[in-house]
Design a protein around this ligand. Structure first.
Ligand SMILES: Nc1ncnc2c1ncn2[C@@H]1O[C@H](COP(=O)(O)OP(=O)(O)O)[C@@H](O)[C@H]1O
Ligand SMILES: [Mg+2]
Length: 294
């Protein structure tokens, strides 16, 4: 793992609610270093596993062929000691800036919906009404991301957590690589929660069928991934399931998990079991149902 402590820092700043970030120059490239998010829900944990979640989530997107930011794990030492950081290569460049989906939604001036709202129908309305980017390509990215987010249990894919690269020279928009997977795979679970999930079927089922929910809502209520996908009622979602499911390779994902040197065997086992169970119970179940329906 690279130690990022003594690298030159830059003045580029990043927003986001989940932890501190700095920008460093490494091998003449700009990297955003994400520090572990502060714990809000679990008093027994001093810092969350958000950096491991970021790394794993991004690598899983990569494994199914969806363009994603380049991320590696590293260390950084502050006055409070050494910490693991997620180093995300900055995908912007001179004349190429990130515009999130919030801003695309704001761009539709004849709709009453505000940019941050994640009501599904309003999002779909924006996908349809916008003309900045190919509609089919945009809809595909949205739903493909939804399926992978279901696999990795991402509860934070709000409109600010995906977007586009705007080229200021050509006035063209393209899809940005996927970023911010720091809220997938239960970053606030500590070792005792992990052990409990590994030993109690009801604890595991709860984390497959009930939570996390999606950041996208229907009538103000966060979508339950299992209920929504297994209903097979949304054409875009069905299409993405048919496209993505065959590309998921559990062995490959397990190898990625085994390759993380800084986590315990319990944590590795936790990720493997959660992902395999979500794969089988949410995606495989829905995929089989969809094929038999057709
Ligand atoms: N690889 C990247 N390159 C350039 N900008 C990025 C990259 N990843 C994230 N950003 C920008 O930085 C912001 C914060 O990063 P994010 O990972 O979303 O943090 P948080 O988990 O705190 O929400 C994002 O909203 C986005 O604007
Ligand atoms: Mg974010």
């Amino acid at each position: 793992m690279i130690d990022f402590t003594d690298l030159p820092t830059l003045h580029k700043c990043y927003d986001g609610a989940n932890g501190k970030k700095i920008s460093v120059s490494y091998n003449n490239e700009v990297y955003m270093l994400k520090f572990p998010a502060v714990v809000t829900k679990n008093a027994d944990l001093s810092y969350t596993n958000s950096c491991i979640s970021e790394y794993l989530g991004c690598k899983i997107f990569e494994s199914v062929g969806i363009p994603v930011q380049e991320v590696s794990l590293g260390t950084y030492t502050t006055s409070r000691g050494q910490t693991v950081v997620a180093a995300c290569k900055d995908f912007t460049s001179t004349g190429v800036v990130l515009q999130d989906f919030v801003s695309l939604k704001n761009h539709i001036i004849d709709s009453g919906h505000q940019g941050y709202g994640t009501e599904l129908n309003d999002i779909l309305d924006t996908l349809d009404k916008q003309s900045a980017i190919d509609r089919e390509e945009l809809s595909e990215r949205f739903w493909n991301m939804f399926i992978v987010d279901a696999l990795i249990g991402n509860w934070d894919r709000h409109n600010g957590n995906w977007g586009f690269l705007y080229n200021t020279f050509t006035d063209k928009l393209s899809l940005a690589p996927v970023y911010d997977c720091g809220s997938c795979l239960f970053p606030q679970a500590d070792e005792s929660i992990m052990l409990s999930v590994l030993s109690k079927k009801n604890e595991l089922n709860d984390r497959v069928y009930n939570r996390p929910t999606s950041a996208i809502v229907i009538n103000g209520k966060r979508i339950n991934y299992f209920n929504f996908i297994s209903l097979c009622a949304n054409e875009g979602c069905n299409k993405a399931l048919k496209n993505i499911f065959p590309k998921i390779n559990i062995n490959r994902i397990e190898k990625i998990i085994d390759g993380i040197s800084v986590i315990s065997d319990v944590q590795k086992q936790f990720y493997k079991v959660i992902i395999k169970q979500r794969y089988e119970s949410i995606l495989q179940f829905s995929y089989s149902k969809l094929l038999s329906k057709e």
